[in-house]
Design a protein around this ligand. Structure first.
Ligand code: GLU
Length: 303
């Protein structure tokens, strides 16, 4: 398919930590529909900075293709783009917008359970260490994480489904102590670098969007349009997981279903098809109306 860059791009950005389940596949279908219905390119990015399981990437891509999804250009891997993340962190460092953080996870948990700490925000323990304090921490031998020296506590982004969404911005981690670039940094750098102006993903990441939007603004990068879509939940109302029964494409195929049947299940969940009706992605694209997508989670009761 040929597209021009003028229309921008959407994307799907799985972490190759295992097989995609029905909720992930549904999010991918939504991201594709959002992109293709607006003449955008659709890009595939593998977020493989951590949690990589051998073979998972290929089986994820195979499953997406089996549903009929297509994407433009080469699949991009974060692990091959470290220079871009280094450059972005270096720019923030030069602007005086970073500091070293020596806190352990446990120390942060203890500090954030204090009565007046804003929920989920880093409490700023290492933000204003004196030179002597920092030297003592360095001597401890623990490699520091690099945090953003945020100058805002909140930031507002626009989401197609959630409207204006204001959320916490804290001194988020840019580079972890093990030197791995942090997800929030990588995602912001990649979306801008790849010309992605439409981010469709699960609404578990809605609370991260203000941090990411703020970070983009500091780096002088455009902030994408967001659509955070409802997740799939299990019978207990918890996020769908592999242990919830036959929830991957391979599981469904083992039960005798074809990929088209799985696509049909997803289409019914999106109210784009009636139960039992055969569907294809072009048909769904034809029927697609982003204002009509269900706003509540999809409660999936696996067989
Ligand atoms: N890699 C993330 C995940 O699989 C998605 C990140 C994003 O879409 O921004 O949950």
């Amino acid at each position: 398919m040929s597209h021009t860059a003028d229309y921008g791009a959407g994307r799907f950005a799985p972490s190759p930590s295992g097989d995609l389940h029905l909720g992930n596949l549904r999010t991918a279908v939504l991201a594709w529909l959002f992109a293709r219905s607006t003449q955008r390119r659709f890009l595939m990015r593998i977020e493989d900075l951590d949690r990589v399981r051998p073979g998972a990437e290929q089986s994820q891509l195979d499953d997406l293709a089996a549903l009929g999804l297509d994407w433009d250009g080469e699949v991009v891997h974060q692990s091959r783009r470290l220079r871009l993340y280094d450059e972005a962190i270096a720019r923030l460092e030069r602007a005086g917008l970073t500091y070293e953080c020596y806190c352990t996870r446990r120390e942060i948990q203890q500090a954030t359970s204090a009565p007046h700490a804003p929920a989920g925000a880093y409490p700023g323990t290492c933000r204003d260490l004196t030179a002597a304090e920092r030297a003592a921490k360095r001597d401890s031998g623990r490699p520091p994480a690099i945090r953003l020296r945020a100058e805002a506590a909140y930031y507002t982004v626009h989401d197609v489904l959630h409207g204006e969404f204001t959320g916490i911005v804290d001194d988020l981690v840019l580079r972890r102590g093990d030197r791995t670039p942090a997800y929030n940094l990588a995602v912001v750098v990649d979306d801008a670098d790849q010309g992605i102006d439409q981010v469709v993903r699960g609404d578990d990441l809605l609370s991260s969007a203000p941090r990411q939007g703020y970070l983009a603004s500091l780096l002088g990068l455009p902030i994408p349009h967001y659509a955070h879509v409802p997740l799939a939940l299990n019978a207990e109302g918890k996020r769908l997981a592999k242990r919830d029964g036959a929830v991957t494409l391979a599981d469904r195929v083992a039960l005798g279903e074809a990929p088209a049947d799985v696509l049909a299940t997803i289409a019914v969940s999106l109210k784009l098809a009636d139960s039992g009706e055969p569907v294809s992605l072009p048909v769904l694209l034809d029927r697609w109306d982003p204002t009509q997508i269900p706003r509540e989670p999809w409660v999936h009761l696996p067989v």
